[in-house]
Design a protein around this ligand. Structure first.
Ligand code: KG4
Ligand code: ZN
Length: 336
């Protein structure tokens, strides 16, 4: 536990994909954390290619990171010398992109002579919810983003047991692909969510994927194919969006509830870009579980979540990271 007499300001950096994110959090002596700033530069350059171009992402991170850090410090009302620790994502992600934020963070920590913490991107997504409530293990964590659909059991702080994952597409990826085929634009999650408000969730009888399984996996590719067939058969974009969202939310919520029953956990953290979805939030709120979502602006990739993961590491007494550690494209979080 912490025994620092003064608040510690932690700067967090995430450059794992196509968002340049810098955030600042304050860790109070009593262990409470407050997000002071969260600035994200979302790279628009990739839209014309229909997907993220890794080399362009790296270059744009290099060009933007100084400005985004300045903006974050300004938003926090701090100067760089007020920063007492730095955290940056070391993986998983695009290696060239990760390296920009990682090297920047290490350089900053060295220049300021403060501790540096390498953070796992998924631990960042999970601790984004620490902006809303104190996260004390045990709990379940569902990370649903454009690249991940992972359900972890967290029996003790810093220990992650993977209890389920997608067998094919990630949840956010499915939202993006269905939005594209329905002509709803990009990013697909918000577009589906908006169109769904004008559609009938029962119009297309999509089945809940993997219903009846005894495990806790997810699958979205069958749903995506069914959406394509329904689109070809003339379903309106609004009905397609509402019906797809209904089935996607059902599988995420029902599988997580069964996992909570099987593990005996009563608290569930739901994070990642898809956690911004209103229908998902409403369905989870109706489960009776204690469900914690990240605060506004902290669902999709950002730097504040990395600062929050850094704060959790510092509070747990984890040692600072060595400055010669590298970036890793593939880095499983589960350690059991
Ligand atoms: O966490 P994130 O920014 O990036 C990854 O680490 O992948 O998540 C981005 C994903 C995209 O697939 C986007 O469509 C989805 O999150 N998303 C949503 C919503 N907002 C973003 N999906 C469903 N409903 C939303 N409101
Ligand atoms: Zn992410």
């Amino acid at each position: 536990m912490t025994d620092r007499p003064r608040p510690l300001r932690i700067l967090g950096i995430d450059t794992s994909c196509d968002d340049t994110g810098v955030g600042v959090v304050e860790l109070a002596p009593d262990g409470r954390v407050t997000v002071l700033a969260n600035r994200v530069w979302s790279q628009a350059v990739h839209a014309q290619y229909g997907g993220v171009m890794p080399e362009l992402a790296s270059r744009e991170h290099v060009e933007r990171i100084d400005q985004i850090m300045g903006d974050a410090l300004h938003e926090a009302g701090l100067s760089v010398s007020d920063i007492g620790a730095v955290a940056a994502t070391s993986g998983p992600g695009l290696v060239g992109a990760l390296l920009v934020g990682l090297m920047y963070g290490k350089g900053l920590a060295q220049a300021l002579n403060v501790p540096f913490h390498a953070a796992h991107h998924l631990e960042g997504h999970i601790f984004a919810a620490a902006s809303e409530a104190e996260l004390r293990a045990p709990f379940l964590a569902l990370v649903v983003s454009g690249g991940h659909t992972h359900l972890f059991d967290v029996p003790r702080g810093g220990e992650y047991v993977l209890v389920g994952a997608t067998r094919d597409d990630a949840a956010g990826e499915a939202f993006d692909k269905v939005a594209r085929l329905a002509g709803l634009g990009y990013p697909g999650g918000p577009a589906i969510s908006e169109a769904a408000t004008r559609g009938d969730p029962q119009a297309v009888p999509f089945k809940e994927p993997l219903k009846g399984q005894s495990g806790f996996d997810f699958s979205f590719s069958g749903l995506k194919t069914a959406a394509l067939l329904a689109h070809r058969a003339g379903a309106t974009p609004e009905n397609l969006a509402a019906s797809f969202q209904r089935a996607a939310v059902q599988t995420l919520v029902n599988t997580t509830v069964r996992a909570a029953q099987a593990t005996g956990r009563s608290t569930v953290v739901v994070s990642g870009g898809v956690a911004a979805n209103h229908a998902l939030r409403e369905a989870f709120a109706a489960t009776g579980l204690h469900v914690v979502f990240p605060g506004r602006g902290l669902n999709t990739d950002n730097g504040a979540m990395i600062a929050l993961a850094g704060a959790a590491a510092i509070q747990a007494g984890r040692p600072a990271s060595a400055l010669d550690g590298g970036a890793t494209a593939y880095a499983p979080l589960a350690n059991a």
